[in-house]
Write a protein that binds this ligand. Structure first.
Ligand code: GAP
Length: 449
């Protein structure tokens, strides 16, 4: 049962340390957020889950972690310098600035005026000076997508880790866009992370692989707690496709503010490798590429059967970590009435995503023996877990349970006097609230840690 409103999620995120407005003590910075103790764990678990499904569980995909600061030529030949823009309009009455395609009835959303300028393209890339002299010539872009350096590293990866088609390169990392109107909490922000796969295939096999990746991604979302029934597949109309795309499926999710794109799965054809390659005339490139006389690398594979070099096609599933965070949080959010007339908020996150995989709680916070045993249990569990286990020593079991319901901890382990004598603990399940007594030595068998 998703949240009723974005406000419920924003409030939970602040209260329980998932997300804070960046620079809040100075009034914040629009479209920029910081991730607190719980947020950083949830984000990490989402990224780990994506990485595991893309890289560890497969033999045809390699990883990459390229730089954020990007040589302007990369984004010149990728087409971003010329085309990566949104239509900007100004209100002549209140000086507000908006994305033209976000306006209702061509009215200023601030003052209602219809006295607006004609839309003009506004490039979304951030620039920064490189080196001590800021003369406007020595600059780099903050990458607007992680994809481009996958393309420019194509030969490096192939030379160091040879692969036959089809194969992919995966990357997770920050991307930056100077959005005209960042809004809806972390849905549209200026600094965000992307999880992108560029999957290289033979021309002619691209459409089959496109369908394959659509299914793979739907199945991954299902495993993260976002079922197919919550996703619409939008076959993006031709006149809305990005400059590099032959066909794109957008996975649309009903966020609390409305249905919008969660992930895009694009057929980028041979546009990108073709645009960044040298000696373009030597290849049968199908896309309308940027004419390139500056690249020193041939971004192609040797087709031994046909004895010719070919530029592969690319299928790209590209998901934003922030939008994944928001959708997963929204799906997991539940308000429940309890038999005693009270209610609780509980995040029914999939176990592998929960920020805390288990909380160990001594019955009394001032009893040295209970606290020591709780610490020993915590330490032992942590040794075998790659996710966080915590010692929750507040001395108030009821409050601890409420807190861990709200942050989605699947299990709480309470250490009481029987734990000292009989070596047993009470294991509480987040979703059912059932409690069972189990042996300390058996805790591992009951948890996904
Ligand atoms: N490499 C392809 C690409 O960047 P995109 O549709 O512009 O395509 C891919 O972005 C994904 O990145 C989106 O589906 C979304 O999840 C995320 N994303 C894009 N812009 C974003 C923003 N301003 N804030 C948060 N996430 C964003």
């Amino acid at each position: 049962m998703p949240a009723n409103s974005m406000d419920e999620l924003v409030s939970l995120c602040k209260r329980r340390g998932f997300i804070f407005q960046s620079g809040e003590i100075y009034g914040g910075l629009q479209g920029i957020y910081d991730y607190g103790p719980m947020g950083v764990e949830l984000k990490k678990n989402i990224k780990d889950s994506w990485w595991s499904s893309m890289v560890y569980k497969r033999d045809d995909i390699e990883g990459l972690d390229a730089s954020i600061l990007t040589n302007p030529k990369v984004l010149k030949y990728s087409g971003h310098e010329d085309t990566f823009s949104d239509p900007l309009v100004d209100c002549k009455d209140c000086n507000g600035r908006f994305r033209n395609d976000h306006l209702d009835d061509s009215k200023c959303p601030l003052c209602g005026s219809m006295n607006l300028t004609e839309p003009r393209p506004f490039n979304l890339m951030f620039k920064t000076a490189v080196g001590p002299v800021d003369d406007g010539k020595n600059f780099a872009y903050l990458r607007p997508e992680t994809a481009q350096q996958i393309f420019t590293n194509f030969k490096n990866v192939m030379d160091s880790n040879p692969k036959n088609l089809p194969f992919g390169i995966a990357q997770i990392g920050k991307a930056f866009r100077n959005e005209i109107t960042p809004r809806n909490f972390i849905f549209r922000v200026r600094e965000f992370e992307q999880m992108e796969l560029e999957f290289f295939v033979k021309n002619g096999e691209d459409e089959r692989w496109h369908e394959y990746w659509l299914e793979e991604r739907l199945s991954w979302w299902e495993d993260q707690g976002v079922p197919r029934s919550s996703l619409e597949i939008l076959d993006v109309p031709d006149d809305e496709l990005s400059h590099y795309s032959k066909k794109t499926y957008d996975l649309m999710y009903k966020f609390p503010h409305g249905e919008e794109e969660l992930e895009g799965i694009a057929n980028r054809t041979d546009f990108d490798l073709g645009s960044h390659t040298k000696n373009q005339n030597e290849f049968d490139i199908t896309a309308k590429v940027t004419n390139n006389k500056e690249s020193n690398s041939k971004l192609a594979v040797n087709n031994l059967d046909e004895k010719k070099w070919e530029i592969p096609y690319v299928i790209e599933p590209s998901a934003g970590v922030e939008r994944a965070f928001l959708a997963i949080l929204n799906e997991a959010y539940n308000r429940e009435s309890l038999p005693d007339g009270k209610s609780r908020t509980v995040l029914k996150l999939s176990k592998h995503l929960a920020p805390i995989s288990a909380a160990v709680i001594p019955l009394k916070k001032n009893d040295d023996n209970l606290v020591k045993l709780a610490k020993d249990v915590k330490d032992e569990l942590q040794q075998v877990s790659s996710r966080r286990i915590i010692l929750e020593n507040t001395g108030n079991i009821g409050k601890s349970y409420r807190k861990h319901d709200e942050i989605g901890t699947p299990n709480c382990i309470t250490i009481d006097y029987d734990s000292l004598e009989k070596k047993t603990v009470t294991l509480r399940d987040r979703d059912t609230m059932d409690q069972q007594i189990i042996k300390i030595n058996d805790i591992n068998k009951h948890l996904l840690i």
